[in-house]
Write a protein that binds this ligand. Sequence first.
Ligand SMILES: Cc1cc2nc3c(=O)[nH]c(=O)nc-3n(C[C@H](O)[C@H](O)[C@H](O)COP(=O)(O)OP(=O)(O)OC[C@H]3O[C@@H](n4cnc5c(N)ncnc54)[C@H](O)[C@@H]3O)c2cc1C
Length: 487
Amino acid sequence: MAEVIVVGGGVGGMAAALLLARDGHDVRVYERLPRLGGKLAEHRRDGFTFSIGPSLLTLPGLFLDLGVPLDLLELDELCRYRFADGSVLRTYRDPERTAAQVDALAPGEGRGWRAYHRWAERCLDASMRSFFAGPLPEPVAEPSRPRPGDLLAVAPGRTLHGLSGRFFRDARLRQYVDRYATYAGSNPYRAPAALGCVPAIEHGDGGWYVRGGLPRLADALAASLGKAGVEIHLETEITEVVAGAERVGGVRTAGGEVVRADIVIVNADAACLYGRLLPDRARLRRIARLGLSSSALLLLAAVEGRTEGMPHHSVVFSADYRREFGDIFDRRRPPEDPTVYIACPAVHDPAQAPPGAESWSMLVNVPAGDPGRWPMPPRAYAELVLDRLADRGYDLSGRLRFLDLLTPADLRDRYGASAIYGGAYGGPFAPFLRPGNRGPRRGLYLVGGSVHPGGGLPLVAMGARIVAALVRRDLLRSTRRTGKARG
Ligand SMILES: Cc1cc2nc3c(=O)[nH]c(=O)nc-3n(C[C@H](O)[C@H](O)[C@H](O)COP(=O)(O)OP(=O)(O)OC[C@H]3O[C@@H](n4cnc5c(N)ncnc54)[C@H](O)[C@@H]3O)c2cc1C
């Protein structure tokens, strides 16, 4: 059995560690922070708990199948979208109920929504078969043979915005579809249409909350690691992947200790691996060419009183989406008129706030990088965001007990990664250009949101399965080789 080291205790790293420990390997996880979970994290103050990472879980079966116990709550209303003209679209787990809401918003467009949903299901099926289930095509070692039908099903060559225009005439419904690009920190006017398959997941398998907050998923994973005998080293930064020309040999900790391993799985961002841990300029350049995904300004609002009719998830849209993404990705400034996502978990889980109060985690998409370059300081920008929200019916004046902020610089310093999702999906073929799961030395693998198949909790869980399968396959091959050499 092999000695395995996992660098980083994010969800992808933990899931990979669990799978390999269950295969009988000797697994150690090294995490620079004092806790496991990476971006799946929360902020607590004065009895308020705020999500500072994921607040919606999809495909929880990916974790349940690993034997990770979760206390799940399925959401009936998935999200409430409020458009700049004041109109509202409520989406539900039930696709037909959602289609009726679409018709109520824009008469006649319910048909378009049903057609879009059918397309999303086909696209999801094709992606699950041809893209999410295995490593990126490795031309020499493992030619992948996606079915031609699968390639067509993902609308190759089309952008997400192009896709929304195919199904909807109403600009608000196009904005609703275009928003799915932000699930991957990308720009809908450049991102591939395939990102539009997300509703097939949300309306097919549901949108979920983990009671006590989504970080309980990280706790449950951590407990499973303990049971599987994985050794955890917290507050231990890895500064180098030790490797020869051919294969990996272990890692070096910030304290200078070299720990030997047959297999190293890097859950830190790919840019961190190729920039610092095992410098590789060519690979780093390839990552840079993708362009960074967006980052976030998080406004964590302790709100007095309960808000009548408030849903768990809301999106308050800007008036001009194209301009908003131009600000984020081209002018590289926080949007003048931002779209704001609000999670209010007290709706289903009152313990997330003191009695009679609410904790609102609000997320504004902003460019990755230092807010020092913004036209105004983050605190002043947050005031602008609150003003915009007040104009659109979410007035918190007189109700704020406190407002904490997390800027892109805070997120970067916490996780050692500039952007939330690594590279952006900046073109129709972007999904195939992300760094792969196999590293440039034998025994080196990558897992997590910055590499194939992408970011978000379900995808990093799929990435962990891909990496575990690669490790199994490679170990089998090397055993056969050694066996032959001996024989
Ligand atoms: C604000 C926000 C909202 C989000 N919302 C959602 C959502 O609603 N639903 C959803 O599914 N996803 C969401 N995501 C995305 C999701 O959180 C991530 O894609 C996923 O958690 C990333 O997991 P990962 O395996 O890549 O590990 P990460 O979370 O990136 O963790 C990597 C870990 O490696 C550690 N590390 C880095 N370098 C080193 C080193 N040198 N030595 C040791 N340790 C190191 C870091 O400290 C970190 O803990 C959101 C993310 C953010 C930030």
